[in-house]
Design a protein around this ligand. Structure first.
Ligand code: 26Q
Length: 853
């Protein structure tokens, strides 16, 4: 009888309303009379979650019964954003013909039902806080991959940490970034299921017991830990689009063990014995807010081990349930390392197999190297993870020994193949011997322990082979190093962020059900409409409406004061750069370009030209910035201040009559991105060539009909290949010349071009705080080697903007045509394509589809 499941999914309006009311009255213990918007959000989420959990349970049961190979995606960051809207779009229903709202997903009838109940869906959705458990690109990539793996019915788990504080919220005060805590769990979280039955004890510190030197036993070494904490599982359902497959994201939370230090207690030190335990919770308290930068903090290493050990214990437990021999482990398990952050998983599995399961070292190691694969996201040296030996050895003494042994066997092999090549040995060694202290090189360990290493765009994957990992190519051969170009999920980044465009596309290519979201090559059908004036008008109207949506947000963020002139919005060029603030991403180049434009406009007026003449030369434009700086990153913070100072001057210059506006959007996050990206005419992806591994917002912008101004870097290269070089504004030096140019700067063989000198001299005019505030910024270019080559690329950047201005201003039809053709050719950048590539070439896993689909 218990098998007969009588919990029913709701499939239409009425069913949803009933569930909603039930949750208001029981789960929330409130009445419909005092149900506010927040309660409506909670009740809606719980109703939707109930549906997901029914499919989730069926998915998990199917996987357990069929026992296929599973994928485990280990990432310290999952930048999920809001869950409800996405669930409403993805959630499958057998009765999706309901579309009186023009929406054939569950979202359509839920919106209708909420209307009935006196709520507006859009307002209800706003109540949800972002799940901002990530910094930027790497974390959002993990979130897109979860969506695609669920959509493709790949048996996959995400494993991460349940931080109580996500990436800080950014406030702008007086033009400066101020960080405030992101306590996202304040009102509870209807999307998580606390699994109190799944608790894994995790150990730190302690010592290694050598069994009294008895080397006759198989593994004489055993770790005897010191501090102990518990890892508790929290599960988040991940629904696929148009399928009943629902996967699981499991995040771990640290909590104290119930053990108690009686020694301390008996000494009368009750308070301290409790305090010690409470420290456990600090492990998962906060996400480290550094993006593309590492420094060796012990708590970060603790986070990494805590998460790797808990996840592996879970993975091994699941494997053991099927009672297969260990040699079949890699037929059942693929583990993907999202950067080097989870590299300890390699060592932990070796420890489990050798110390606990008593496997032979080499047998264990061969299981490892058939199980793990590693994705690299950067070639910048300051982002490569290294841990001081002393710190490492004190926290994880047995793991350090295992690393030494891994290194010893590895270097012995290398020596055999390349006798007496001391340089090679030094470069590939997992241990860096250099002063001031020895360090563990996590990237080297990840490479040695993985069967495949991939970069995230073609140029980047080439670069890792020829620069940072070139010695490993000699050791392991080319084949171990591959490329999987990044992608984005079109469900969130097209359908959810830009419903009007998705609808227009669906109508245009005769796909009102929007199945193109599952097969993006169907977008090719747009090509033949690219020249059609009626279609162009509709296309541009969608853009206009999205610009109003962004202008509303900006007005709101500006204290209710309008920044953008609405009257001319359709012909106002929205020029946007939103991403983490970083010198290599060169927001400074962008703002210098804005200053250059401003000075030119002012000069025209000074030289007696009328504002009409200025307007003839320069289209109306709003330059929009957004992004967080790491809290300790001085230069990046200074650039934020400069942008806000320039905005102050430019926006209040009445002479310009709204021809140029500048705005820095505070607290850029996933939800804001969903509003910002669809509104862009042009977006800036202008990193110093060779520094941006891929970029993924470039893909989001183009998929939403924006054009790109960019360098020949990261995935800009493949975007150009797909959409055609006529449809992108490329500029700047190529990555192969970067080293040379830097060298020249070092030896002062360069003189800055007059154009940038003029801008650098004008910079101080924009500050009102104190004198020479921006000197470190201008000095870095003038006197300190201009490491990011701003001066070298400035003129070609301005020239590219001139082309942009001319086309947007005087040939809007051509502009719109480029926009349509670009979207038509963006299919390649669906993260579904990435997941196919990973599944076929790295994981060797197959989908396990539900019966009905
Ligand atoms: C490491 C150790 C200690 C503290 C922090 C970190 C840390 C945290 C985050 C290091 C790096 C990151 C994030 C890196 C990142 O987001 N990289 C981006 O990954 C994207 C997805 O592949 C690419 O598109 C971007 O080009 C790349 O910059």
């Amino acid at each position: 009888l218990w098998k007969k499941n009588n919990i029913q999914k709701f499939e239409e309006e009425e069913g949803f309303e009933k569930k909603f009311v039930t949750h208001v009255e029981t789960s929330l213990a409130r009445s419909m009379y005092n149900c506010d918007e927040l309660a409506a959000y909670e009740a809606t989420s719980m109703a939707v979650r109930d549906n997901l959990l029914i499919d989730w349970s069926a998915t998990q049961q199917r996987i357990t019964t069929r026992d296929p190979k599973r994928v485990y995606y280990l990432s310290l960051e999952f930048l999920m954003g809001k869950a409800l809207d996405n669930a409403l779009i993805n959630m499958s229903s057998d009765k999706q013909e309901f579309s009186s709202t023009g929406d054939n997903t569950s979202r359509g009838y839920v919106k209708h039902a909420l209307d009935d109940l006196g709520f507006n869906l859009e307002d209800v959705l706003q109540k949800e806080p972002d799940a901002a458990l990530g910094n930027g690109g790497l974390g959002r990539l993990a979130a897109c991959f979860l969506d695609s793996m669920a959509t493709k019915s790949i048996p996959a788990w995400g494993y991460g940490l349940r931080y109580e504080y996500g990436i800080f919220a950014q406030k702008i005060i007086n033009g400066y970034q101020v960080e405030t805590p992101d306590y996202w769990l304040n009102f509870g979280n209807p999307w998580e299921i606390e699994r109190n039955e799944i608790q894994v004890p995790i150990t730190f510190y302690g010592y290694v017991d050598r069994n009294n030197g008895d080397t006759t036993t198989l593994s004489p070494s055993q770790w005897v830990g010191g501090e102990r904490v518990l890892a508790v599982a929290y599960d988040f359902p991940v629904p696929g689009f148009k399928t009943t497959s629902v996967n699981n994201l499991r995040l771990w939370r640290a909590k104290p063990t119930t053990e108690f230090d009686f020694a301390k207690f008996n000494n009368g030190d009750y308070k301290n014995s409790v305090d010690e335990q409470q420290k456990a919770e600090s492990i998962t308290a906060v996400l480290y807010p550094n993006d593309n930068f590492t420094k060796g903090k012990e708590l970060r290493l603790k986070q990494q081990y805590f998460w790797c050990a808990a996840s592996l214990s879970d993975i091994v437990r699941r494997f053991k349930k099927s009672r297969r021999p260990w040699r079949e482990f890699s037929d059942q398990v693929a583990i993907q390392l999202n950067d080097t952050h989870p590299t300890l998983a390699i060592v932990e599995l070796q420890r489990i197999l050798v110390d606990l399961e008593k496997l032979d070292w080499h047998e264990a190691w061969s299981i490892i190297t058939q199980t793990f694969a590693y994705t690299n996201h950067t070639v910048m040296l300051e982002a490569l993870e290294k841990w001081p030996i002393d710190l490492f050895g004190s926290l994880l003494p047995r793991h350090l020994e295992i690393i030494y042994d891994i290194n010893w066997f590895f270097l012995k092999d290398v020596q055999k193949k390349f006798p007496k090549d001391v340089d090679l040995l030094r470069n590939v060694s997992i241990i860096e011997e250099a002063s001031p202290e020895r360090q563990v090189r996590m990237a080297n360990l990840a490479i040695v322990g993985s069967h495949t290493v991939n970069g995230v765009a073609e140029l980047h994957s080439q670069l890792i082979k020829t620069t940072i990992f070139r010695d490993f190519v000699r050791v392991f051969g080319e084949k171990k190093f591959t490329n999987v170009t990044n992608g984005i999920t079109p469900r969130r980044w097209l359908r959810q962020a830009n419903p009007e465009l998705a609808k227009l596309i669906g109508e245009a290519i005769h796909d009102p059900e929007q199945n193109f979201l599952l097969n993006m090559s169907k977008l090719n059908g747009l090509t033949k409409m690219a020249d059609d004036p009626d279609f162009q008008t509709k296309w541009d109207s969608v853009k206009e409406s999205n610009k109003h949506r962004l202008a509303d947000l900006i007005k709101d963020l500006n204290g209710g004061v309008e920044v953008i002139n609405r009257e001319h919005i359709r012909h106002t060029l929205f020029d946007i750069q939103v991403k983490r603030m970083h010198e290599y991403k060169r927001q400074q180049l962008n703002i210098f370009g804005v200053i250059h434009r401003y000075l030119n406009m002012k000069d025209m007026l000074k030289n007696g030209k009328s504002i009409e003449e200025v307007a003839k030369r320069y289209p109306r434009k709003v330059s929009i910035f957004g992004g967080k700086s790491a809290p300790g990153y001085y230069m990046a913070k200074l650039v934020i201040k400069l942008i806000n100072s320039v905005a102050d001057v430019v926006n209040n210059d009445e002479e310009l009559q709204d021809l140029l506006k500048v705005f820095f959007i505070p607290d850029y996050n996933v939800s804001k991105a969903e509003i910002i990206i669809p509104a862009s005419d042009l977006s800036e992806h202008i990193s110093t060539a060779g520094t941006e591994a891929s970029g993924t917002s470039n893909m989001k912008f183009v998929m939403n009909g924006g054009l790109i101004i960019g360098t020949v870097d990261g995935a800009n290269v493949e975007i150009t290949r797909e959409i055609g070089e006529d449809n992108i504004f490329l500029f700047g030096n190529l990555s192969e010349n970067v080293e040379n140019l830097r060298f020249k700067h070092q030896y002062n063989e360069t003189e800055l071009p007059p154009s940038i000198t003029r801008v650098l001299n004008a910079v101080e005019k924009f500050t009102s705080e104190y004198k020479n505030e921006f000197k470190p910024l201008t000095d870095s270019i003038k006197y300190h080697g201009d490491y990011y080559l701003v001066s070298d690329d400035f003129d070609s950047y301005i020239a590219a903007h001139d082309l942009v201005d001319d086309l947007y201003h005087h040939n809007k039809h051509e502009w719109i045509k480029k926009s349509i053709i670009s979207v038509a050719n963006m299919g390649f950048f669906s993260s579904d394509r990435c997941i196919d590539e990973y599944a076929d070439t790295i994981w060797n896993v197959e989908p396990l589809k539900p019966e009905s689909s």
